[in-house]
Structure formats: structure tokens, C-alpha cells
Ligand binder design. Sequence first.
Ligand code: NAG
Ligand code: NAG
Length: 483
Amino acid sequence: MFTRKSITIALCATISLLLLLATSRRLGGWAAVDDPLYQSDGHGPHGPPPPPEHNAPGPRPHPSKNPECAGYPIPDNILVVMKTGASESFNRVPTQLLTVLKCVPDFLIFSDMEQKIGGYQVYDSLSNVSAEAMEGNSDFDLYRRQKACPVDVEGCNKQGNPATEGWNLDKYKNVHMAEQTYKLRPDYDWYVFVDADTYVLWPNLVQWLGKLNPNKKHYLGSVTLIQGFSFGHGGSGYIVSKASMKALVGENPGVGQRYDLRAKRECCGDYVFALALKDNADVSVEQMWPTINGEKPATLPFGPWHWCHPIVTMHHMNSEEINTFWEFERRFRKEQLASGNPRPLLIKDIYHEYLEPKLKREQLDWDNKSDDRFYVDLAAKKWDDGTLHRMKKSEEYNELEKVAHRSASDCEAACKSLPPDDCVQYKYEDGKCAMHKSFILGKPVPKKEGAQQTISGWDVEKIKEWTEKEKVCNKIQWPNLES
Ligand SMILES: *[C@@H]1O[C@H](CO)[C@@H](O)[C@H](O)[C@H]1NC(C)=O
Ligand SMILES: CC(=O)N[C@H]1CO[C@H](CO)[C@@H](O)[C@@H]1O
């Protein structure tokens, strides 16, 4: 029989258990964060996160259970598909796993060899390339060498030239990757294809895709042209909706092999993917630049056309750059959530974090990528066409522009004499003064002596005046796209 005391104890225990469950759910992170950024408009993330359904990627805790991902959205309808190659995968993938991918609920990693990295499965995107395309095709030398390698891939690749070989092999991957992805994960609304040196701003991506309709055939990218045909640049990343994936892959079994011979003739896999999407699904790329972007913090040009735009991808980021940006993004997000009125990370926020603190009049042995307009002494030597095409007519010069080519300080003075939409930064090198109308951080270059030395500088006053005026973005500029 139960005594009154034992009933009381049982009751107390039950109540404390319920309380504990309730609070741990609140502390647990994501689900508990009441974040107005992630309200869906019907197609987006819905309700509390589901338990991981499929063979979740790797040995980590699901992001909904990882306190480090607190404040990050966990939609169940977006899949990240990352492409790498075995000659670089161990240099790139581990950092992605430690940072960006840690809080992405589901992703697939494809390479040119099956591997496991820290317990995460890496798929061979080329496993189903037709024998016809591979036989006698030197593009597959690397593929065969890696497969036959008795030691580590880096060791075996010393017998070849993995940079060039990796590039030649890469173009066969994209359509096969789409095919394998759809087989492994047929139920997603959005498929986000990126490279292993692409940075994905996950919170921005989730918010953006939440506004769009995956049942429409979408193919979102940063447009590049080859022979007049537009496609989404692969390194910047491209996003394919459920409807497009179904039309390309779902309704075309074997589509991967049908593009193998075509890929052999073409330069690049992202281009071949766009051809396949056009032929089979009648879908063309939609221009999403600068939100989908091929630059990175050190190379992004800042200015009126790169300012109030949320950014969703960046490219050519090495492991250290990815890690540094990840720290920044998390800090930014925490501050935004604390403010009670969170907004997405905008390009201008990258300026404030990366370039503003480093702005200076002059920076030695530095290339800030100024190349909008050049000033040279035409008589001094024969200049290349690229330079000549970007010069003003000499009768349009003011007094300072006439002597801008003489030295770094003449170049700087000429820049200062012009309005901001002509020059906000300059670079001087070897008799050539270059000016630029957007401001860029840039990078160090090898030290050279005397006239050969590269000197860059920013017109700090003009930049500060403009950025002060544009401090607040009243309108956040998402890409123009009807849902
Ligand atoms: C491999 O290619 C064949 C022939 O095109 C196709 O039928 C099959 O579905 C493909 N397999 C995978 C896993 O994509
Ligand atoms: C690294 C880089 O892109 N450097 C550019 C700097 O600007 C010159 C023109 O002055 C370009 O030719 C370089 O490519």
C-alpha cells in the first residue's frame, strides 16, 4: 500500500521533473529562441525542430542539442551540399565542420574519392561516371591515382600536379552530385551547392529562403557568362529549389551520365550544370549578386552598390578566414538577438568589422586592388591595353591629375582632388597611379625597393564622411525576386 508520505514524495519528484524538462528546453537554445527573423511565411522553417530523421551527417550532436548553436535557426527544409577534392579535402573540410557546418542541421560532402573525415562521410561524386567518358581520358589520372594510392593522398599526389589535375576533374562532378544528392535526400525544399572554400552565412540564408517558394523552379546564383550563356558561379554557390531538382533529376534518371562527354569538352562543372538544368527543366539562373557573392572580406568592394545588402555566401576563404568570420558572425548574431530587433548581417557590417579599423592614409607593400582608372606617363614606356583603356583623355585632367603618375603622394593628392564617385582609394606602383571608386581592404604584396614599391592608400575623410551618412540602412536590400 502507498503511504501518504510516499505519495507526496512521488508527487514532488514528478513536479520537479516536469520543471526540469521545461527549463532545459528553454536553455537548450534554438527552439527556445524567440527570434522574429525566422518567422516563416508559409514555405520556410516551421515550428520546433524535428528530431534528426535521416542518416544525420557524422558524429556530432544535432545542432538543436548543441549549446554552441544557440540562437541559430534550424530549419528542416534546407540541405547544404559541399564539393571538394581529395587533394584539398583535409585542408578545408575540418574547419568547415568545426564552424559553419556545426550548426547546419543536414549536409552532404562530395569529393573525387570516398573518404571519412573525422567520422563524417565524404561521397565520391564520380562513382557513376560512364566508362566511355573515363577510358583513355587523362582528366581522370588524378582520380585513378587517388584510388590506387597505398598511403595518404598528398603523398601520392607528389607524382602529379594536383592543382591542375584537380581542376580538370572537377567539371565532371556537378551534375552527378545533383543526381546523388536527390537520391540520398529527396525531400528538401532547397539544395544549396557550395565549394569547400565557400562561406555560407547560415542565419541570413535561412531567413532569405524562408521568403521564397520552393515549389517554383528556382536556380539562384551569381551570374557568370560563357559564350553568352549565363550560369551560377559555383564557388559563390548556387541554390536550387525542390521544383528544379525534381525536374532536372527526379524526372530524368541517369542525367549525370548524359553530361559526361559534354563535360569533357567544356571548362567547368558549374557551367555544365546550368546546361543540364536548361535542357531538362527549362530553368535559367536568376541573378542574386551581391547577396550570393564571389568575394571575401579582404576583396569585397564597399560603396553604394555594396552596402545595405544582406550577404549569404563568400568565396576563396581559407581555413583561418572562415574561422575568423565565424567568430564575427556569432558575435554579431548575439548582439542582434540581444537588441530585441534583430536584422541580417549586411555588407556594411563587414566594412565596419574588417576595413574601418584599418583605414589609413598610406599602406606600404600593399595592394588594395585599385583598378578603375589609371594615370601614367605615356612617353615613359609602352603600356598594356588594359591600362590604356582605363585612362581619361588628358584634356579632362585637373592640375593634380596631370602629375598623378609621378609618385605615391602625387597620386594621393590627385585622388583627394576628385569627387568620391571618382576616387576613394589609390594604389601607386612603378610609375602607375591607380584609382578606385569603391573601397577595398586588399592584401600585402612582396616588398620591392624604390620606385617599384607598391603603395596603397585610402581617402579616409571621404570614406568616413560617406559611411557616417549611410550609417543606418533604412531599407535592407534583398535581391529582387518574386517568390
Ligand atoms: C548511374 O547511371 C545509370 C545510367 O545512367 C543510372 O541508371 C543510375 O541511376 C545512376 N546511379 C546513380 C547512383 O546515380
Ligand atoms: C591581387 C589583385 O587583384 N591585384 C590587382 C591590383 O590591381 C591591379 C591593377 O592595378 C590588377 O592588375 C591586379 O590584378
